[in-house]
Each structure stands twice: as C-alpha cells, then as structure tokens.
Write a protein that binds this ligand. Sequence first.
Ligand SMILES: Nc1ncnc2c1ncn2[C@@H]1O[C@H](COP(=O)(O)OP(=O)(O)O)[C@@H](O)[C@H]1O
Ligand SMILES: [Mg+2]
Length: 224
Amino acid sequence: MAQIETAGLTKEYSRGVRPFDAVHDVSLKVEEGDFISVMGRSGSGKSTLLNLVAGLLRPTSGNVMVKGRDISALSDRESSFIRNSEIGYVPQGHSLLGNLTVLENVLLPHSLFRRKTGDARERAVSLLESMGIEDLADSLPRALSGGEQRRAAVARALINSPSVLIADEPTGDLDTETSQQVMELFQKINCSGTAVLMVTHEQDTANFGNRHFTMNGGILTEKM
Ligand SMILES: Nc1ncnc2c1ncn2[C@@H]1O[C@H](COP(=O)(O)OP(=O)(O)O)[C@@H](O)[C@H]1O
Ligand SMILES: [Mg+2]
C-alpha cells in the first residue's frame, strides 16, 4: 500500500472574478523508500499541493489517502490524528514558535495529542543530536542561524516517527553549504525508512531526490 496516494486532487481559487486551479488533477503515489522532488517556479502550486497532501487545505475535488485511508472522509479530529502520526511537515521559511525553546518546539507535535509521554523527551534530544544541534536545546529560535532553525524544524517533523516527511522549500533561504548539509540529512532520514516529498525551485536540491517531478500551472508531471 502506498504511504500517500492522491487521486484527481484539485484546488480552485478565484483571482478577481476568474477562478483558476492552483493544483489541477494531481494523481501522485508516495511509496515507501521514495525521495520525491517537485520542481516548479514560484506560483506554480507547490505549496498548495503540499498543504492539500498534509490535509491542511481541503481540496475542491479529488482526495488524499494516507495508508489507504481517505483523510477527507474522516472527522477533523480523526484526520488530524492520522496526519499528526503519519506525516511530518517542514513548512516554508521560519516556522518555529518564538516563545518556546528548541526542545519545546520539537516536542510540540507529540504534546498536541497528549500521547503517552514515554521517552519523547529522550527521542527529541536524540533527534537534536542527529541534527548536530543538541547544544541549542534550551535556546530560543531567535538565537539560531537559518540552517539551525531548519534542522530544528526537521527534528520537530520527525518526533512522531512519521511515514512521510513533507518539506516546502527546505533549502530556500540557506547558503549552498548549509543546503547541502540539510539535504544530506534528508537522505539519511530517507535511508532509515521515511519517504520524503519535497518541493523546491532549486535544481541542486532537487537532485537529491530519487523520483523527479515538475509542477507547472498546477499540473504535476513526472520526469522519467
Ligand atoms: N488562499 C489563496 N487564495 C487565492 N489564490 C491563492 C491562495 N493561495 C495561493 N494562491 C495562488 O495559487 C497559486 C499557487 O500558489 P502556491 O501554491 O503558493 O505556489 P508556489 O508554492 O509554487 O509558489 C499562485 O498563483 C497563488 O497566488
Ligand atoms: Mg511555495
């Protein structure tokens, strides 16, 4: 079974009086082991696609199945629960909460559903270690560089051991060397069994994927 499968996924927006599809009829399967890159220019619908896949936006038509379950057919609470456990999301830009420490940020997706606390703290610390930022656990996000903030956001996305990591322009605001480091981290995560779905407008970043797509005017096409 695919980790995520979309069928006929479409999101219509109206621009002035004229409606247009920001995402049009996208059928995409994310399988275990996939590291998918989606390249497209600004405005091509990449973020809209990710938000639909992550269940943060409701499609105009079509659906999203997460491990065989149609999340749009479930109650908000049920779909949020599945999303929270199966999907790790690294949003575009700065996404850490400024008044929480790095460690608290990383623990947030875990605390939200009041899962059994268990070894979450330990896991958060070990994620920060694997990102090389364990020294920053008690710092506030504003004390971190862009690359460190991105790595903390990746750690946060991984706290519930998701099946799929979704990332929106993960290297968008990083220098070449830091981008390389973050992408190597993604490869490591992918090798350890988490599928990756990433959008980017940078070729160097896209090259890290093992399946390549382009997004153009809301239409997704696989490059063979
Ligand atoms: N909430 C919205 N209402 C109307 N139009 C939107 C909305 N969100 C995005 N759009 C439009 O949809 C298109 C795709 O946007 P987006 O998915 O953010 O593109 P990308 O991430 O590739 O830059 C753009 O033309 C954008 O202006
Ligand atoms: Mg975007």
